[in-house]
Design a protein around this ligand. Sequence first.
Ligand code: FAD
Ligand code: UDP
Length: 432
Amino acid sequence: MNVDLAVVGSGFFGLTIAERCTRELGLRVLVIERRPHIGGNAYSEPEPQTGIEIHRYGAHLFHTSNARVWEYANRYTGFTGYQHRVFTIYKGRVYPMPINLGTMCEYFGAALSPDEARALIAEQSAEIEPGQAVNLEQKAVSLIGRPLYEAFIRGYTYKQWQTDPVDLPPEIITRLPVRYTFDNRYFNDTFEGLPVDGYTAWLERMVDHPKIEVRLNTDFACLRSELLGSVPVVYTGPLDAYFDYAAGDLGWRTLDFDLEVLPTGDFQGTPVMNYADSDVPFTRIHEFRHFHPERDWYPTDKTVIMREYARFAEHGDEPYYPINTAEDRARLLAYREMADREQGVLFGGRLGTYKYLDMHMAIGSALTTFENRLRPFFKDHAPLSPAISTDHAPLSPAISTDHAPLSPAISTDHAPLNNPETALTDRNGGHE
Ligand code: FAD
Ligand code: UDP
């Protein structure tokens, strides 16, 4: 095969690797994608009846506090000034989300000052000792008290994860800020916006290069024997699928989307409405026109909405969110050991590392993988990191003759994922 590097998966992780390796190192890169389009879950397209841009795999909001990622993203797209705000319906009333002073005043029916709200929440969260929360329920109760947890988190989380919140890791809930101000922005990040002409235009520009070949409708399984051992591979598909589920299935959650065009210019007056009640079967409704209020060409008599339903992924479903129960974490360790022994393959991205990565984290992690692993391997003849096993023949380097074996990105030091750029708390920068 006449390429220097193969990338499996054309999401943000894979395309950032392909873009960097081609533009920085002049490599020929083959990108293999099993879907009929590039972009992974960030792919968007115009809805045919209305021309309104829809995000086929769920609404994607770009936000980051990482200046390096923001600068890199801006090479390929401009961003609108969009700032994400979400509301939630609970028992027939609408509240701002994430939980802020407005939510508390509304829910408790009182004009609480920040100090009064803090004192109330301290009282309502007293059942959990600070620092003692070991699961999502305890963490949420420690942050917002039991009544707000029961109203806004328990039912929604159960619907979204199909798992009791006591069996989920606390990190999931720390994605949401809690504020004792009326600031109802969903994210705390320094930089935020939506790509001016859509996600797909951005992603297409990243790989618009004669040395990048994208092969759509192609599963890695079809080229696996041809590629492994003859060319370095960056694999961003599901980690358990790569090893044919040898250590068991890692738990994933998938989503079903129900898209509808409605004969009104505005269905809900906001981009995303969450539904907290457990007897409503969907978790949220997206109304795409509100993501781009600046697009004055959108029709005024039609709108596009998408209801989102969550369930466990079976084989053949799209694996969207790693569930990460204790059992999953034990299996993940087994897969990491297998990955460490896999010569010539770097595992990356949300699926390849079984990590809940946002887009900016996937891009940041790919930039780090490029700088710390691929550039030294291809350019400076340096080993990427010591491989656990020494009984494999070194992989022949693509553009030079004396490289050390390529070792996996999620090897024992798990370097890209321990990087602050990819830490889970990156999303909200801590609680206020
Ligand atoms: P992906 O985008 O999943 O790309 C992986 C690609 O690999 C896919 O295209 C897949 O088809 C391909 N692939 C898998 N297996 C194979 C195989 N065997 N052969 C060939 N190809 C294969 N992030 C945000 O920052 N903001 C958001 O608002 C946000 N919302 C999200 C909403 C949903 C519903 C989901 C699922 C994710 C959301 N994300 C969001 C996360 C974002 O989608 C990811 O961070 C990003 O897609 C990660 O890119 P990736 O390259 O790691 O993986
Ligand atoms: N969550 C909730 N109620 C809400 C919104 C979020 O309980 O109205 C919880 C839920 O457990 C979710 C987590 O907070 O998984 C993180 O929410 P986020 O919106 O970040 O999830 P995502 O963007 O991944 O769907």
